[in-house]
Design a protein around this ligand. Sequence first.
Ligand code: ADP
Length: 357
Amino acid sequence: SERSNVRVAVRVRPMNQREKAKQSSCVISMNENKTILQSNAAVSPGKVQKGPTEFIFDHCFWSTDDSDPDNYAGQEEVFRTLGEGIIENTYQGYNVCIFAYGQTGSGKTYSMMGTDDEPGLIPRFCSALLNKESKGTVTVELSYMEIYNEKVRDLLKLKKSKTELSVREHNILGPYVEGLSQHAVSTWEDIKLLLVAGNKCRTTAATKMNEESSRSHAIFTLTITQIFHNQESGTSKELNSKFNLVDLAGSERASKSGAQGKRLVESGNINKSLTFLGRVISSLAEEKNRRQSYVSYRESVLTWLLKNSLGGNSKTVMLATISPADDNYGETHSTLVYAERARKIVNEATVNEDTKF
Ligand code: ADP
């Protein structure tokens, strides 16, 4: 097995219309792998003043001024940087997990899904995965689910399946969702059709319930199976890996509830999962807790399902997205603190290999 830290990247988006109209000032600067948050003096006069705070990450993406292409990290650059080695890892049989974290409106969906003209990480990773050559026979299956209010919903559910699914744990393969539909795919077009259908499922629900989409987590998983036959010995070897792309609910829910130690009840259970994600991240960041037995993954659906991606059998990348504007100072600060903590998590990834006779 191979040990590696969670790789953490931060991306700062352009000012939006509202921020421009308010003539917000930019409180973020980046210098190689450092992200610097300006002093809060201008933002909260009268409060205890902090000087500029520096955070170190694996990658910092400056995507604030797209009129200056030389100093703008576009979708292709983000993909190339984060994707380096990841496609190979998947084909070597490792699990991979990429998750996007940040307040609502900070650019999670833009970075993950992107637009038709500027496709994001999901379409780019999918195409790269499907185009990769392998010596084995490859099958790729897709599942797409949503976690909302501690309930798992299949976004691609077959007509007769249950609406609410349960999480179970296999003693070797780890946690999984029972009855989650799997869809064989072979091209990006196949995947896109399923994603569009799945996203519609999310949006329909969102109009019924206020702000639901920013409170739900979407987990998109590709399961890649490679079978290698050995003609001489008559044996075959199977390599299995999961590629998870997670669009987390807006992080403002976490910072306003339990993540800072207040009682969970206060969040009205709105987003228990995100609260516990914060706790799991914090407790994994402390050396003495690194042995997984001390971390209570099962407290929430999200952390349970991501168990193997957080300090488990996985190569994990976290993309934290932030706004550059002074009026988001507080949320930006807490996102950066979270992200810096996540960097301390050590994953132990092993190849999922099975020899059959
Ligand atoms: P979230 O998913 O975090 O709620 P979005 O991805 O919807 O946020 O982003 C909010 C808005 O900002 C969208 O209109 C999006 O197109 C724009 N945006 C976000 N990140 C970028 C970026 N890096 N470059 C250009 N526009 C961006």
